[in-house]
Design a protein around this ligand. Structure first.
Ligand code: NDP
Length: 331
């Protein structure tokens, strides 16, 4: 197999020199193990923090060892009950072309007709569940409310906006980093309004798009987006803090919003969450999302890079906004 190793801990934006593609022979599977050939790898913003010197704990990437991440693949050999050659599986053994591991490291997937297997890394997977949980459980969206989603053309944001619409939001406003993405949000995904955060301050563009304020903010970006959202939030407004990608390469802690007293005056709730704590909702989410996809009520895009040698470029491209919808690597 070929597998990507982290060779240096990036300070600021990572460069291709921080990674190395390594070739390695895999052993044959032992008792209770399976061999899997990967077909799609996920690259996700959270991986940036696992590369950082500040990151400790079991999930942090070790130097000169294979990195981990979402991967979809096909079982090629099995010495475990319950998994057979040809089965489609999901694991956290990404960043490599294949793996041999105990069967309990893999989740058996049921192929969905008309949907590519990569969807298990996006719309039907962790990003989809994040959007669903953030809006419904964390922000407690109610019908008739006005919602603002940042990072709205990405994997999580594009779904959060559409779920808000399906759950009866009165208006859904999105922000994204290019005019083409803005057009995608309003013309194809049914956002009520959208703006390019690079062309004018978020605060003025949000005030214009939501003259009566917002009730729910789904935050993927942090920084000036969060600050603007706090200004725009109505009384008893709620923000689901999903991510803060504007600060992921920062070498100093990014400044927090300076308008915190607004939280008091307007009785606002800011609530962070990690999707990993909500996997009990996966079956309900899969049912509901499966229905929306089958009825054409939710649309999604993927940006696909081909080949294991493009995985680092895919990750860096994701962090730079070169993706529309979920960024995946096809092997
Ligand atoms: P996306 O598909 O949204 O890709 C990342 C996007 O971030 C880019 O396309 C880019 O879009 C945008 N971006 C990059 N830099 C900036 C910046 N400085 N300001 C504003 N936007 C920026 O990734 P995901 O959907 O996978 O993740 C979205 C967010 O959700 C991330 O913050 C991630 O960490 C978080 N997340 C959190 C989870 C949780 O459990 N809490 C689970 C999954 C994701 P653009 O062109 O618009 O700038």
């Amino acid at each position: 197999v070929q597998e990507w190793h982290l060779t240096a801990r990036p300070v600021g934006r990572p460069t291709p020199d921080d990674f190395r593609l390594v070739e390695r022979e895999l052993p044959a599977p032992g008792p209770g193990e399976v061999a899997v050939r990967h077909t799609y790898l996920s690259v996700d913003p959270y991986m940036r923090s696992l590369m950082s010197p500040a990151q400790t704990g079991a999930s942090a990437y070790r130097l000169d060892a294979p990195m981990t991440g979402g991967a979809v693949g096909e079982v090629v050999e099995s010495r475990a009950a319950g998994l057979s050659p040809g089965d489609l599986v999901l694991s956290a053994l990404g960043w490599r072309t294949g793996a041999v591991a105990p069967a309990d490291r893999f989740t058996l997937l049921r192929r969905v007709e008309g949907v590519a297997d990569s969807a298990f890394l996006g719309v039907l997977g962790m990003p989809g569940l994040s959007a669903y949980v953030g809006l419904t459980e964390i922000a407690g969206l109610r019908a008739g409310e006005t919602v603002f989603v940042s990072g709205a053309a990405g994997a999580v944001g594009s779904l959060a906006g559409q779920i808000a619409r399906l759950r009866g939001a009165k208006a859904v406003i999105g922000s994204a980093g290019s005019d083409a993405k803005v057009a995608y949000l309003t013309d194809e995904l049914g956002f009520t309004d959208a703006f390019n955060y690079k062309t004018a301050p978020v605060r003025t563009q949000l005030a214009k798009a939501a003259p009566d304020g917002i009730d729910v903010y789904f935050d993927n970006v942090g920084g000036d987006h969060l600050e603007a959202a706090i200004d725009a939030l109505n009384h008893y407004g709620r923000a689901a803090l999903c991510g803060a990608i504007s600060g992921y390469h920062a070498t100093e802690p990014p400044p927090g919003p300076c308008n915190m007293v607004e939280l008091v005056k307007k009785r606002i709730t800011l609530r962070g969450f990690e999707v990993i704590d909500h996997t009990d909702l996966q079956p309900r989410f899969a049912d509901e999302m499966g229905g929306w996809l089958a009825n054409g009520q939710i649309r999604f895009r993927e940006t696909v890079e081909d080949g294991i040698d493009r995985a680092v470029e895919a990750f860096l491209g994701l962090m730079d906004g070169r993706n529309s919808g979920k960024m995946v690597v096809r092997l």
